[in-house]
Write a new protein. Structure first.
Length: 238
């Protein structure tokens, strides 16, 4: 479904702006994963050279899945058909993955399938109503290379909230980061920002566990047996 040619080249992350994005996201991912435990953390889609967003994982094992082989990738497979059983993964990280594919909802639905109940879902996305979004539209309108490289569309936080709710997730938190404009920053740590006024956001959600409603068996109504009363008699036996 997705084109491997649309994956952002690693050289963009070597630029001052790309390096800032990756630096802030690595810090945020470490903070968001601090209370995420279990056996398996799966990153769906490569973002940046090697595995910088998995450095803070607290799970026993981590896997980076991508459609093509590159440094840091441990498993190659289509993003819309994950090679895992349903309800088998403890946590999934989607670092701008939904913005790089043709059908983001299908990829998100596949992530929901393989997550366990109460499994954690982390999604990074650019704010389409920020300067980052404006520059992305500008690049599309004038036929220039996509910005950031490989981005097909940007999804608003509100739309993403609707999608995850529809798929049975509860949003734990949304953290805004990056400045409103795509400018190079100097700070090593991301500054807290409102998601609506930031250049990007990190959404953290939990998969709901379906509750079972016990239905009491219906008791059969007791059938009343009407016994006719004996008719009185006035005859006296001798």
């Amino acid at each position: 479904m997705e084109s491997t040619a649309d994956i952002p080249p690693n050289d963009w992350f070597m630029s001052p702006l790309g390096a800032r994005v990756l630096r802030e996201e690595a810090v945020l991912a470490m903070q968001a994963l601090d209370n995420v435990f279990g056996f398996e953390l799966l990153q769906v889609g490569a973002w940046g050279p090697d595995r910088p967003l998995l450095a803070g994982a607290r799970t026993q094992h981590t896997t980076l899945l991508a459609p093509d082989l590159r440094p840091g990738v441990t498993l190659c497979a289509p993003l819309d058909s994950l090679p895992f059983r349903s309800d088998s993964i403890d946590a999934i990280l989607l670092p701008h993955t939904l913005e790089l594919v043709e059908d983001p909802y299908t990829v998100l639905r596949e992530a929901e399938r393989v997550l366990t109940g109460q499994g954690c879902l982390l999604i990074c996305g650019f704010n389409p109503f920020s300067g980052w979004g404006a520059r992305h539209v500008f690049s599309q309108y004038f036929g220039r290379p996509a910005f950031p490289p490989g981005t097909q569309r940007m999804l608003s936080e509100r739309r993403l909230r609707d999608w995850v709710a529809l798929l049975g997730f509860d949003v734990d938190a949304v953290r805004g980061y990056l400045g409103f404009l795509p400018l190079t920053g100097r700070g090593a740590d991301p500054q807290p920002r409102r998601a609506l006024t930031a250049g990007a956001y990190l959404l953290k959600a939990r998969k709901r566990v379906p509750t079972l409603t016990l239905v009491k068996p219906r008791r059969r109504a007791r059938q009343r047996v009407l016994v006719g009363a004996a008719e009185p008699t006035h005859k006296v036996r001798p």
